[in-house]
Design a binder for this molecule. Structure first.
Ligand code: ATP
Length: 239
């Protein structure tokens, strides 16, 4: 299988705090990969380094084989990596339609699918048709999350990074969100890397899980392999 994302020896410190320590890992093309680890393990920092929000102290980030370590967030988005944040970040004062359409221009979408077609697909996928003209700040949390992921999809990414997209959702909303992520992966052919604390959900949705602790890679494997690992249990109990 081909790797869509590769992280080589990535280190990031904040003053005396080592957030990432020679982190090694990769994401296979076409897969849904879960990224887990206790609070403070470095998961969000890793997303920030991958998307160019933070520059690592050392190490290399490769996207489809290309070194993108020093690229700006804007360039990385144009190259095909889109993300969401822990707290939804739609532009509150804009309607759902304006939020989604604005994001089309962040990427370099395949011209074979027009902006209109992509917009209509996104409305359908997230059941947002009734809210097209509603300002994003007036939406429920789940709807704001749908707009966030919808914005990421509008840029036509090859890799989608989701940071705790299920946090704060009800059990039923989580199940629905998992189904939507699976559709994004299979119907839109987008590789997904998602940070998630709900181990039941991450087990059910992931092809592969990467576990990290204290800024370092702990292990990678199938959900069954990783979640049965003693080192992972100790990492969680230790915190
Ligand atoms: P959580 O699951 O709680 O979201 P995480 O695995 O995403 O945690 P990070 O948020 O990446 O962990 O944080 C890793 C470490 O880096 C923590 O010790 C955190 O306090 C520290 N850290 C992250 N960002 C900064 C920053 N901007 N300045 C200083 N320290 C930071």
């Amino acid at each position: 299988m081909k790797q869509v994302l590769t992280l080589e020896n990535v280190t990031k410190t904040f003053g005396g705090i080592v957030a990432l320590s020679e982190f090694e890992g990769s994401v296979e093309e076409g897969e849904i990969t879960g990224l887990i680890g206790p609070n403070g393990a470095g998961k969000t920092t890793l997303f920030n380094v991958i998307t160019g929000v933070l520059s690592p102290d050392s190490g290399t980030v490769r996207f489809r084989g290309e070194d993108v370590t020093q690229d700006s967030p804007h360039r990385i988005c144009r190259k095909g990596i889109a993300r969401t944040f822990q707290t939804p970040k739609p532009i509150g004062s804009l309607t759902v339609e304006k939020n989604l359409r604005a994001a089309y221009r962040f990427g370099e979408p395949d011209p074979a699918v027009s902006e209109e077609e992509r917009y209509q697909q996104t409305l359908d996928l997230f059941d947002l048709r009734e809210n097209e003209d509603v300002r994003a700040e007036n939406l429920q949390l789940i709807e704001q999350k749908h707009v966030d992921v919808g914005r990421a999809l509008m840029s036509d990414p090859a890799l989608l990074l989701l940071d705790e997209i299920m946090a704060g959702l009800t059990p039923t909303e989580k199940v629905n969100m998992c189904e939507t992520i699976e559709r994004i992966n299979s119907e839109f052919d987008i590789s997904v890397l998602l940070i998630e604390h709900d181990l039941k959900r991450i087990r059910s949705i992931s092809d592969t899980i990467i576990a990290m602790n204290d800024g370092s890679h702990l292990l990678t494997g199938t959900p069954t392999e990783v979640l049965a690992n003693d080192g992972l249990r100790e990492a969680y109990i230790g915190t």
